[in-house]
Design a protein around this ligand. Sequence first.
Ligand SMILES: Nc1ncnc2c1ncn2[C@@H]1O[C@H](COP(=O)(O)OP(=O)(O)OP(=O)(O)O)[C@@H](O)[C@H]1O
Ligand SMILES: [Mg+2]
Length: 477
Amino acid sequence: MSTLSRDELRTLFLFEKLTDEQLDWIAENGTIEEYAAGTAILHEGDPATCFYVLLSGTLRMTRLVHGDELEMVRTDQRGSYCGATQFLMGQRGEQRYSASVHATTDLTFLSLPAAEFSEWFSKWFAMAAHLLEGLFLGRRNTDAVVGQRERLLALGALSAGLTHELNNPAAAAVRATSSLRERVAGMRQKLAMLARNDIDPDLLEQLVDVQELLVKQVASAPKLTAIQASDHEDELSDWFEDHGVTDGWDLAAVFVPAGITVARLEEVHAAVGEAFLNTALRWLGYAVETETLMGEIEDATTRISTLLAAAKQYSQMDRARFQWIDVHDGIDSTLIMLSGKLSHVEVVKEYDRSLPAIPAYAGELNQVWTNLVDNAVAAMEGNGKLTIRTGRENDRLMVEIGDTGPGVPAELSQRIFEPFFTTKAVGEGTGLGLDISWRIVVKKHRGDLRLRSEPGNTRFQVLLPFTEQDQETEQAE
Ligand SMILES: Nc1ncnc2c1ncn2[C@@H]1O[C@H](COP(=O)(O)OP(=O)(O)OP(=O)(O)O)[C@@H](O)[C@H]1O
Ligand SMILES: [Mg+2]
């Protein structure tokens, strides 16, 4: 283990003005390390333990940005430094290298143990250390404030969307309930009428049986096209006319969607005979209608509870924030929340259900799905195919959200991740969707967010680690 003399250290610009005592500390604690050309010296994300000063050779510093390795710096300047630099900014706790460093040629480094160096640094330059720390904390507070604001914006958008989504089924349920009240009143009257006409109790019983039969048929009635429906209505109307039933058209409109055929009417006819046919059919008409209306109310209220369950799952109001989750749950609840926007979009789910649970912030991942689906739908202008695929890529889980829109031009492929970058009209987009998503996926989950795009086939890929990762210490909370 060789080291440098005071004079040699002074030739490095960082150490130029240090006192003899300070230089001695560096000489004593520093080690000289040699690396062959092509060696990867530090890896982005590894625990940051050393502070390096370049003595000779050329280095290359890179960072992974959206899956691509970007070269940040290439230098042969003697005295350039890299490695654990955040310590000097007063950042506490475990640090990680923010970039990878490779040897482009054979090179030598002076390496210092980061924790000790940082400690001495703040003793030697107390005021500078305070100022740097202030700078660092200031940035972190700004990030925290911005983060909170973003969460509020997301919550606002969520509740606006939810209100809109809840409105339709709620209105449908109210409408159906008031029609139901009318029909039930109608049934009571028809029953009274049947009674007044001295209907034979056996006949009434038979009628009730037919009624049960018809009502059961409602739920399982096949969906008819408009043309099929109108053909069937013609058929029933003719039958009503032949049998002297008044206003047969109204009844046909009720019976056809319930799957009631001429053969069934013949059965009713056979059971009740000519005298009661008219009243009996009206009564059955009401029975079928009430069943249909109750079905509508059931659908609407089910939809309301589905939406509320999705909202709850979406916002994770009732759960701890970091947990082991099945990504499909969050994606499905997001799709339910966004279903209003998806009405003209073909949604294809290609889920790999064998994927294990992953450790994640479920509520925040839902924001990612929302942003990506929202962008995809916007790009397709509401029409096209949205494909959501899940699978694995090496040691990470992949969620891919694909659309058939025009795609992202190559020259914009990096810029779209910048905060406030948007191609949408003023008031339509804030340009924060992808920036927020990137921070959630990459910063919070140590995953990756990548774009693969060509016209007609744009895919945003979210990669998430299967195992728990150390959380970033500078995280704004
Ligand atoms: N699936 C996509 N297809 C084509 N372009 C896209 C797609 N997703 C994003 N973009 C482009 O990236 C830009 C930035 O997206 P981002 O989600 O960050 O903001 P925004 O959608 O414009 O606004 P916001 O999300 O705040 O409503 C979009 O304006 C659009 O030009
Ligand atoms: Mg967006």
